[in-house]
Write a protein that binds this ligand. Sequence first.
Ligand SMILES: Nc1nc2c(ncn2[C@@H]2O[C@H](COP(=O)(O)OP(=O)(O)OP(=O)(O)O)[C@@H](O)[C@H]2O)c(=O)[nH]1
Ligand SMILES: [Mg+2]
Length: 377
Amino acid sequence: MSSGQQSSSEEMPFALSVLEGVTGGHDGLPGQRVGAPAPPPPRRRLLTVEEYVAGVRSGDRSILARAITLIESNAPAHISLAQEVLRELLPYTGGSLRVGITGVPGVGKSTFIEALGTMLCDRGHRVAVLAVDPSSSISRGSILGDKTRMERLAHHPNAYIRPSPTGGSLGGVARKSRETLLICEAAGFDIVLVETVGVGQSEIAVRGMVDFFLLLMLAGAGDELQGIKKGIIELADALLITKADGDNRTRALAAQAEYSRALRYLTPATEGWRPRAYICSAQTGEGIAEIWREIERFRDETTASGVFAARRREQARDWVYTLIEDHLRTRFFGHPVVQERLPAIEKAVVEGTLPVTTAVQDLIRAFESALQGGEKG
Ligand SMILES: Nc1nc2c(ncn2[C@@H]2O[C@H](COP(=O)(O)OP(=O)(O)OP(=O)(O)O)[C@@H](O)[C@H]2O)c(=O)[nH]1
Ligand SMILES: [Mg+2]
């Protein structure tokens, strides 16, 4: 599809095909429903590539939202249009500081983002908040909570909050979030905060799209390192002990000391940067400005050393392989031949009647010949 060929009278079945990508979400945009799918958006024409690009570039909120909805759509017609929009916007991307924020459920990510984001917006920054949560189609319960937790930020004229895309694999969710991040940069947001819940692979996906990765942690009783895997700590550029207020402040300071010691023995996530532990309270505001100073220092130092730009290049290159692998995996496991044969093969392997290598070779051969048959037919 070439740009500008969408005639203005062209009606797409917009609501039907986009729904999967836009129902629900993790973080709070006003107007979201909990428990029930969102009502279908009004049927309206797709914009032309030029209209999307001009709207995003001029900071038009409603066109920005529509461009992201287009990016999130799984309908083939939308995907090609979205990719054209993205290509046109690419020269205007890359200008933000991208910060990933992770931590176990309830650690205080959304509340922290509300405090940090509001501070940054008050300083004149333009802040986009994205969420990556592959489970959000199931756990819609947190939307209501997040709406109230980010209420001030959600209404700030300098902020834009976008809930996690839903419906799909982590790979799909991560692709959409990464492209949304680029669109937000083209729209002039100079800081992008990406929240992800720290329960599995999504931290790794987010680490792969941000410059600075911040791990929020709770002050526990003693065995601090038990709660969270060492591997996740090794992804982080800083640890931040949350809820350091009231009685908990002393415990937070103790945890900070303990983590500071532990961090000396771990491999830093970023070349030349020694991660440290901090405390903060979104309630009292303590530590919020400090952690941002640390993030700015990171940006300045890694920019000067070239590590910042090198990571961006590496992330773009890795992304190529991630997308290819994701596509092939989906295609393979989604193929009827594979779906039909896999259970029996799995059973035979488990029971010890078929060697794994033979089983896999047979399955791949069946898949490949089905593909060739499909191409001929
Ligand atoms: N005392 C205190 N409570 C806090 C602070 N930050 C967050 N909380 C509380 O901790 C709970 C969880 O906060 P959230 O910000 O929703 O945590 P989250 O990490 O975003 O949670 P999920 O999105 O469910 O993963 C809420 O009840 C907050 O009010 C803080 O700085 N001090
Ligand atoms: Mg949250």
